[in-house]
Design a protein around this ligand. Structure first.
Ligand code: FES
Length: 147
């Protein structure tokens, strides 16, 4: 059902963790299953992504796609990172079963949300980036966890 690459990234996910004082953080949730993904970006003064880490509370496909997405964005500039679609992440993983395609959207959305956060913090506009709809704000998320 899953490709070897998906199994590898699920069992040995790359770049798990947090970045302290990250340049941008994006947290998104999947309305279908309630899973949550957070991406941290460390972006240098030339707008190159020096480092990227993630935390995912979700299914195996979500973990594998976050892992691959972090690998893909590292070393890219912010415009290139914006072009990394869920399709590109799935291709890099040699595909996902159709029922798991929606999981890969989290990675794309989380990268966009983190770039949006970076842009807001720095008062800049990133060409082609629109405000992420599903960004979850820290306070709201913590509130939900209490129930
Ligand atoms: Fe929730 Fe995959 S089932 S992200």
């Amino acid at each position: 059902m899953y490709s070897e690459k998906v199994m590898d990234h699920f069992q040995n996910p790359r770049n798990v963790g947090e970045i302290e004082n990250a340049s941008g953080v994006g947290t998104v949730g999947n309305a279908k299953c309630g899973d949550i993904m957070r991406i941290y970006l460390d972006i240098d003064e030339n707008q190159i992504i020096r480092d990227c880490k993630f935390k995912t509370f979700g299914c195996g496909a979500a973990v594998a796609t976050s892992s691959m997405a972090t690998e893909l964005v590292k070393g890219k500039n912010i415009q290139e990172a914006l072009q990394i679609t869920n399709k590109a992440v799935m291709e890099a993983l040699d595909g996902l079963p159709p029922v798991k395609v929606h999981c890969s959207l989290l990675a794309e959305e989380a990268i966009h949300a983190a770039l949006w956060d970076y842009a807001e913090k720095n008062g800049i506009k990133i060409e082609g980036l629109t405000k992420p709809k599903s960004d979850i704000h820290e306070g709201e998320e913590e509130e939900e966890e209490e129930y």
